[in-house]
Design a protein around this ligand. Structure first.
Ligand SMILES: *Cc1c(COP(=O)(O)O)cnc(C)c1O
Length: 386
C-alpha cells in the first residue's frame, strides 16, 4: 500500500489463482477467538462484514496505492464518508472551515449539525490565500476543502496549502472527486486525508455508489472505528463495480479531458455562448495553477458555460439535446448536463453564488466517452434551435 508504482495494481491472489477477486457476500466468518481467526492485511479479524470484508479490502488497497497514502476505507457513498469525518472530528462547540463553493450536501450536512450541536461554520472563497489566512488566524477542528470546485472549476493551489499543513500540523481533508487521483495527488503536498465520491470518476459508469477516504494509517484506524459503529461501509457488489471501473480510470480521465478541451474550445468560439469555464482554456485564470499542480497535461472532464439568453432559453437548449442527457451527476461514461443552481449548488447562499459566479443560467457539462464530434454536433444543433 502507498507504494509509488504508476500502475493500478490489484495484488489479490487466492488458492485457485483467480486474476479477479471474487465478491465476498458472506456476512459472517468462522470465529473462535482473535488468535485463531483470519486477519486482513491491516490486522483486523475477518469475522463480520460490517467490520472488515475481503471484497472491500481489495478496493481499499488499490485506492490507497492510487492516492499514494498508507491506507484507505470505502463507504456506501461520498456523503457516508463525509458524515463519518464529522463524527470523528466534531465535538459540541467545534469550529469547522469549509469553502463557499462546495458540493451542496456537504454544506447542508455541516449546517444542519451546526444548529444541533452548536458548531461554528466559517466558509471562505476557494483560494489558497483565503484558506491559509483562516488557518493561520484560527484553530479549526475540521477543515474540508475541494481541489477542483463544482461547478465553476476553480483550481486550488494545493502546493501552497500543503505548506501550512506542515507548519500548523492541521488535518485538512481534501475532496478530490472532480480531479480524481489521476490529475491530482494531494498526498504529495502533505494532505493527510483525501476524500472521493467514487460514485463519480472512480467507478465511472453511472452505475454504482461509494465514497473513499485515504490517508495515514493512524487516522484511517480512527475512521474505521466510526465506520464499524455507523455501519456505513460499502456493499460488496458496489466495491466490485468500483474496482472494475478504476482499472480504466487513467484512460477515461485522459479521453474525457481531451473531449472536454475540444468542446470548451468549440463553445468559446460560438457567438451564442457568453462564457466558458474550463481550466484547460489558455485564458482561464486557473490554467497556470492547474498546470502547476496537476499530474497530467490535461484538465478533467467537466466544464461549465452560459448561453446568451434567459433561463427559459437555457432550459430549451438543454431540452433540445439528444445525445447529452440532463442529469445532476458527473464522471461517468455518458455525457450529462445540469443547471447547478438547482442541483449541486442549491444549498449555496444567494450572496455566495453571486460572488462565486454561479448564476441561474450556468450550465455544467460532464463529458462522457462518446465520440467528441457527436457531442459537439449535438450541442451545435441544440444551440441552433434557440
Ligand atoms: C457527489 C459528490 C459528493 C457526494 O458523493 P455521493 O457519492 O453522491 O454521496 C461529495 N463531493 C463531491 C465533490 C461530489 O461531487
Amino acid at each position: 500500500m502507498g507504494d509509488k508504482t504508476k500502475s493500478i495494481i490489484n495484488d489479490y491472489s487466492d488458492e485457485f489463482g483467480s486474476i479477479i477477486p471474487p465478491i465476498y457476500l458472506g456476512s459472517v466468518y468462522k470465529y473462535i477467538d482473535e488468535e485463531l481467526s483470519k486477519k486482513s492485511d491491516r490486522n483486523i479479524v475477518i469475522k463480520y462484514y460490517r467490520e472488515e470484508n475481503p471484497s472491500l479490502r481489495v478496493l481499499e488497497r488499490v485506492i490507497a496505492s492510487l492516492e499514494q497514502t498508507e491506507d484507505a476505507l470505502v463507504f456506501s457513498s461520498g456523503m457516508a464518508a463525509i458524515s463519518t469525518l464529522g463524527m470523528n472530528f466534531l465535538n459540541k462547540g467545534s469550529k469547522v472551515l469549509l469553502l463557499k463553493e462546495m458540493y451542496g450536501s456537504t454544506i447542508q450536512f455541516f449546517e444542519n449539525l451546526s444548529d444541533k450541536y452548536c458548531i461554528t461554520i466559517k466558509k471562505v472563497f476557494p483560494s489558497h490565500e483565503s484558506i491559509i489566512r483562516e488557518i493561520e488566524d484560527n484553530n479549526y477542528d475540521l477543515i474540508l476543502i475541494e481541489s477542483l470546485t463544482n461547478p465553476t472549476l476553480k483550481v486550488l493551489d494545493v502546493s501552497e496549502i500543503g505548506k501550512i499543513i506542515k507548519k500548523t500540523e492541521s488535518n485538512i481533508i481534501i475532496d478530490n472527486t472532480f480531479a480524481s487521483p489521476i490529475l491530482l495527488k494531494p498526498s504529495k503536498y502533505g494532505f493527510n486525508l483525501i476524500l472521493n465520491s467514487t460514485t463519480k470518476y472512480m467507478s465511472g459508469h453511472n452505475d454504482s455508489m461509494g465514497g473513499s477516504i485515504s490517508g495515514k494509517s493512524s487516522l484511517i484506524n480512527d475512521l474505521w472505528e466510526w465506520r464499524r459503529l455507523l455501519g456505513n461501509m460499502q456493499q460488496p457488489f458496489e466495491a466490485y463495480l468500483t474496482l472494475r471501473g478504476i482499472k480504466t480510470l487513467p484512460i477515461r480521465i485522459q479521453q474525457q479531458s481531451e473531449n472536454a478541451q475540444a468542446i470548451s474550445e468549440f463553445l468559446q468560439d460560438k457567438s451564442k455562448i457568453s462564457r466558458v469555464l474550463y481550466p484547460g482554456l489558455k485564458d482561464s485564470p486557473y490554467n497556470s495553477v492547474a498546470k502547476k499542480v496537476f499530474e497530467k497535461p490535461y484538465f478533467g472532464g467537466v466544464l461549465s458555460f452560459e448561453i446568451k439568453g434567459n433561463v427559459k432559453e437555457t432550459k430549451d437548449f438543454i431540452k433540445n439535446l439528444k445525445l447529452v442527457k440532463p442529469s445532476p451527476s458527473l464522471g461517468g461514461t455518458e455525457s450529462l448536463i445540469t443547471l447547478p443552481s438547482i442541483t449541486a449548488s442549491r444549498y449555496i447562499s444567494e450572496n455566495d453564488k453571486k460572488e462565486l459566479g454561479i448564476s441561474e443560467k450556468l450550465i455544467r457539462l460532464s463529458v462522457g466517452l462518446e465520440d467528441v464530434q457527436d457531442i459537439i454536433n449535438d450541442l451545435d444543433q441544440a444551440l441552433n434551435k434557440i
